[in-house]
Write a protein that binds this ligand. Structure first.
Ligand code: COA
Ligand code: AMP
Length: 639
């Protein structure tokens, strides 16, 4: 195939997906088993609430599991659980997965879970997390997975919003060599939450036995052993499959809803189009089921496509070394790896010359995909040099469920432009707008927006918050979805994502709200005013940094207050926030109208050049801030 004809494949697909979305996605939907065909492929009657495959009925678990058992993949590995932290490798075939999922679905049903009920899943990276999710899908129940690194308070917020009938958890997670007890965190969250689940199912791991609350908690194994296997329940294409909470611009997380029909169609379609993967291949997303990447590419997409998915319980370094990714790729014949750039930065830092890579046999390895944060050119180029396979930076969000932009290597391979996530995928009409909702010139930075309707499998609404959905995403640029990212389109149509337009920061590929952290700092009795910004970090991309102005007359030492707020953020948001730096200052730089100049503070902390803002109230504050930052190792160039 010539480069030209390959590119025209993309052009044709992209153009058709926008001109005739019904035709384009109707064709893709043939790859999914439907119990009842849809009446309306795209219901446009109530914008911005577009609904795909209205009237259709299917079951996502059937498509991800049972269909493959019936279709000849019964003895193929569905899941390979590779856990360097426990020294375990377990292979689960599609047939075994069907037995485990249908039994666990039966156990949930016996606890009263029916179609439409919510089930919160708070689990480490073990196959039972996937089994719990698929069991919910089987029953038509709506799962809401909460990442294990979140503290009880964050879990409680999500319990209050989702109002689960049942919570599924495990006795512990394992972080490197540390056993993290999950059950006490779950108990504390339920204690704090206004909504109480009827029951909890606890998977007891050998590393830690959790005590069970009589009458509320049941043991996973006992419940599954006693259960009658449950069949797949037909659900409407537009029924919710899951809710996934993500950081919003305040401390209150947003429950992104994903439906069943559009999700199954789009995710299966991405496996060929975006990732160039065929059924039967081994696909590895080194992420966590608590994040959207984990939902889409550890669980649903590879299983919908009949692939083998890897559940990896470890870190890119330290479990036991920077060679673990290559060991897993080689041992399990992984064709495609998807991870966050931060993981590669961690590996590069420990093994800059790629000694582990040179020793590994990576013959069957075909492509590396990066997302979760912007891929810095250094890291992409290092990975290309070391691995000698295409390295694809693709841009997406919890809200979108799959990539907005990327190099769709299943259709064609565009030349790489470092720092760009290449082109909009089929289904995405991406524009860059100014605040007047007009398109800006090519090369100019503005808000990145997507013309409605969004493609299937993306973002029908926020859980129980249609108004917030409209207000946060659909109002500022009428007719468009506001991504919250800023950037530009270049003359070749490549998209360059540069920064968030809100208070979201990206710490080791984890999305966090600085507003949420500010709420914690502000609740300290000695703090009068505060600001949290994201500053550059070589490993994690960004880390949070807090500034506090104290109330008059506070006598407590600054060290004590800093230690307090670091502990408080860990307790209320979680270890995942990586909040380890805070500083007391006399005052915060502000505009004359009282807005804190966070952007300028960030530039100073990152030792970058900055322009004195024209609207600053008192320019003398900025050198004070730089001096204070130098005492804790930031703002180095200014020294
Ligand atoms: N359960 C409990 N605690 C968790 C956790 C979990 N599932 N995941 C992370 N944590 C804790 C960590 O133990 C750490 O705690 P500490 O401050 O006591 O050390 C803290 O949260 C921060 O974790 P993390 O951001 O993972 O940093 P790290 O220093 O342990 O590891 C990397 C750094 C780069 C190796 C790691 O962040 C990484 O592999 N990132 C990939 C990110 C990713 O997969 N993102 C998903 C989007 S694709
Ligand atoms: P999350 O919802 O956790 O997936 O985070 C989504 C946000 O991460 C996006 O809005 C971007 O700000 C950022 N992001 C993810 N992938 C990329 C990428 N490939 N390039 C630039 N930014 C990215």
């Amino acid at each position: 195939m010539t480069a030209l004809s390959a590119h025209s494949l993309y052009d044709e697909a992209h153009a058709r997906s926008l001109a005739d979305p019904e035709g384009y996605w109707g064709d893709a939907a043939r790859d999914i088993d439907w119990f009842k065909p849809w009446d309306t492929l795209l219901d446009r009657s109530n914008p911005p609430f577009y609904r795909w495959f209205k009237g259709g009925e299917l079951n996502t678990c059937h498509n991800a599991v049972d269909r493959h058992v019936a279709g000849g993949r019964a003895n193929q590995a569905a899941i390979i659980y590779d856990s360097p932290v426990t020294g375990t490798i377990q292979i689960i075939t599609y047939l075994q997965l069907q037995v485990m999922v249908s039994r666990f679905a039966g156990a949930l049903a016996a606890l009263g879970v029916v179609k439409g009920d919510r089930v919160v899943v708070y689990m480490p990276m073990i196959p039972q997390a996937l089994i719990a999710m698929l069991a919910c899908a089987r029953l038509g129940a709506v799962h809401s997975v909460v990442f294990g690194g979140f503290a009880p308070n964050e879990l409680a917020t999500r319990i209050n919003d989702a109002k689960p009938k049942v919570i599924v958890s495990a006795s512990c997670g394992i972080e490197g060599s540390r056993v993290i007890k999950y059950k006490p965190m779950l108990d504390a969250a339920i204690e704090q939450a206004a909504h109480k689940p009827d029951r909890c199912v606890i998977f007891q791991r050998p590393q830690e036995t959790a005590s069970l609350v009589a009458g509320r908690d049941v043991d996973w194994e006992e419940a599954a052993a006693a259960a009658r296997p449950a069949d797949c329940v037909p659900v409407a294409a537009t029924d919710p499959l899951y809710i996934l909470y993500t950081s919003g611009t305040t401390g209150v997380p947003k429950g992104v809803v994903r439906d069943n029909g559009g999700h199954a169609v789009a995710l299966k379609w991405t496996m060929r189009t975006m990732y160039n993967v065929e059924p039967g291949e081994v696909y590895w997303a080194a992420s966590d089921v608590g994040w959207v990447v984990g939902h889409s590419y550890i669980v649903y997409a590879p299983l919908l496509h009949g692939c083998t998915t890897i559940v990896f319980e470890g870190k890119p370094v330290g479990t036991p070394d920077a060679g673990v990714f290559w060991r897993v790729i080689n041992q399990h014949k992984v064709g495609t790896l998807f991870t966050a750039p931060t993981a590669f930065r961690a590996i590069k830092r420990e093994d800059p010359n790629g000694e582990f890579i040179k020793r590994a046999d990576l013959a069957g390895f075909r492509a590396l995909f990066l997302a979760g944060e912007r891929s810095d050119p250094d890291t992409v180029q290092w990975a290309e040099r070391m691995l000698k396979v295409p390295v694809v930076d693709h841009w997406w969000q919890t809200e979108t469920g799959w990539a907005i932009c990327g190099n769709p290597i299943g259709l064609c391979q565009f030349p790489v432009k470092y720092g760009s996530a290449t082109k909009p995928l089929p289904g995405w009409n991406i524009r860059v707008h100014n605040p007047e909702n007009e398109e800006v010139a090519r090369g100019d930075i503005g808000a990145i927006v997507a013309k409605l309707p969004l493609p299937p499998g993306t973002f029908p609404t926020l859980w129980n918050a249609d108004d917030r959905y409209v207000k946060s995403y659909m109002s500022e640029y009428p007719g468009f979805y506001q991504t919250g990212d800023a950037g530009f389109l270049d003359d070749d149509g490549y998209v360059h994502v540069m920064a968030r337009t809100d208070d979201i920061i990206n710490v080791a590929g984890h999305r966090l709200s600085t507003g949420g952290m500010e709420e914690v700092l502000a609740s300290h009795p000695s703090v009068a005013e505060c600001a949290v910004i994201g500053v550059h970090d070589d490993l994690k991309g960004q880390i949070p940094l807090g500034f506090m102005v104290l109330k008059a007359g506070v006598e407590t030492s600054h060290e004590e207050i800093v230690a307090d707020v670091i502990r408080m953020v860990r307790e209320r948001i979680g270890a995942v926030a990586s909040f380890k730096h805070a500083i007391v200052v006399q005052r915060l730089p502000k505009t004359r109208s009282g807005k804190i100049l966070r952007g300028t503070m960030q530039k100073i902390a990152d030792s970058k050049e900055y322009k004195m803002p024209a609207t600053i109230d008192d320019p003398a504050i900025l050198p004070e801030i730089a001096d204070a930052l130098q005492t804790i190792g930031f703002a180095k160039a200014a020294a």
